[in-house]
Design a protein around this ligand. Structure first.
Ligand code: SAH
Length: 346
């Protein structure tokens, strides 16, 4: 039994199986999730004998900070170590009215998107729901006011390729008694695992959905996102039509702009056509160049032209501001830097 991945109900049921009162679950969970304490010995308002009993029977997974990089813009990129020696990244992005945490769901990724450094480095394993949840708990423990208002599942990995652990983590994040974060403050970003989107619609449709579209035609998408061969754009759109959007809400299409590949006026026109199939907004992400990958960031003028072409056709378009550029804050970059220069790790 791992308290870091037990819902309130599961923790209460477990207390009963060891002959303890269910309210004990609430006490332990408050230490684990609110105070960020993982060592039972430090849960000082619980009796010593009770602490010893549960210490023999239960655990509280804790990820360990290995390294942090602080950007001039306030972004902090954390590299966390897991019990098996693997590492993952979480990126903290404070803003004027919201504080966003970008978390990982896998060590590496299987999808092998051609522009993504995480993909290039291959797949190691899925994260447990405890390891997903703990990224929030550990970061809250380390930042001013413990304040995180939004979560984006846009770090390493494909959340819908680690479906069960991801959904469990979403349930824990949003449990009312923990008061960690609201479902509508969480954005799940997926490369488009169509059947899992349909499943998620039943299991946890409270999250905001973001789709990494990145190319406007199957022909182009096949070249940069191998998953498109399995779930082409039509299959993806059919799944999105089943997503239960609350009134006035929209699905976000992320579109990484790769200079000379998907950033022409014709691409903008195609993109406009397909994103119209569901209520949507478009988030343009000028590419963050990665060492060893053959793509470039388009010029600011090109991004602007692309954006205005879409806006002229009444699309809602935002351009993602690049955060933490001085600390290589985009996917997989910190982990890569540590692998290449192990002597820089503390
Ligand atoms: N697997 C999920 C979540 C992780 S990737 C998904 O595909 O959505 C999160 C976002 O970062 C995706 O939109 C992806 O296309 C984008 N991305 C990956 N590498 C990037 C890079 N080097 N520059 C800009 N965006 C990148």
């Amino acid at each position: 039994m791992d308290f870091k991945q037990a819902t309130a109900q599961e923790a209460e049921d477990w207390m009963e199986t060891i002959g303890e009162k269910p309210y004990r679950a609430r006490q332990v969970r408050s230490w684990v999730f609110t105070k960020g304490v993982s060592d039972f010995a430090q849960m000082t308002d619980l009796s010593k004998s009770f602490r010893e009993t549960i210490a023999h029977k239960a655990i509280v997974t804790q990820i360990k900070e290995v390294k942090r990089d602080v950007s001039v813009d306030g972004t902090i990129k954390f590299l966390f170590g897991l019990d098996d020696g693997n590492t993952i990244e979480s990126v903290y992005m404070p803003g004027a009215d919201r504080v966003t945490l970008c978390i990982s769901t896998q060590v590496g990724c299987k999808l092998n998107c051609k522009f993504c450094l995480t993909g290039k480095n291959g797949f190691m394993r899925n994260l447990s729901s405890a390891e997903i949840v703990d990224q929030l708990i550990q970061v809250k423990n380390r930042v001013p006011g413990g304040r995180v208002t939004n979560i984006v599942l846009m770090g390493m990995g494909e959340p819908l390729d680690n479906y069960d652990a991801t959904v469990k983590a979403l349930r824990i994040f949003t449990e009312p008694d923990l008061n960690l974060i609201g479902g509508r403050k969480i954005t799940l970003s997926t490369a488009g695992v169509a059947p899992a989107i349909v499943r998620l619609a039943d299991d946890f449709s409270k999250v905001k959905l973001a789709i990494s579209l990145n190319a406007p035609t199957n022909e182009k998408r096949n070249q940069i996102m191998p998953i498109n061969k399995k779930y082409p754009i039509e299959t993806l759109m059919a799944a999105l039509k089943k997503w239960p959007l609350p009134h006035g809400r929209r699905i976000t299409f992320e579109y990484v702009m790769l200079g000379g590949f998907n950033d022409s006026d014709a691409d903008a026109a195609e993109l406009g056509k397909i994103t119209r199939l569901v209520p949507s907004k478009i988030n343009l992400i000028p590419y963050n160049p990665c060492p060893g990958l053959p793509f470039e960031r388009p010029s600011t003028e090109r991004v602007e032209k692309f954006r205005s072409a879409l806006i002229k056709n009444h699309h809602t378009v935002t351009v993602r501001e690049s955060r933490g550029g001085d600390i290589l804050a985009s996917c997989g970059q910190l982990r890569q830097a540590v692998k290449e220069a192990p002597s820089s790790t503390p």
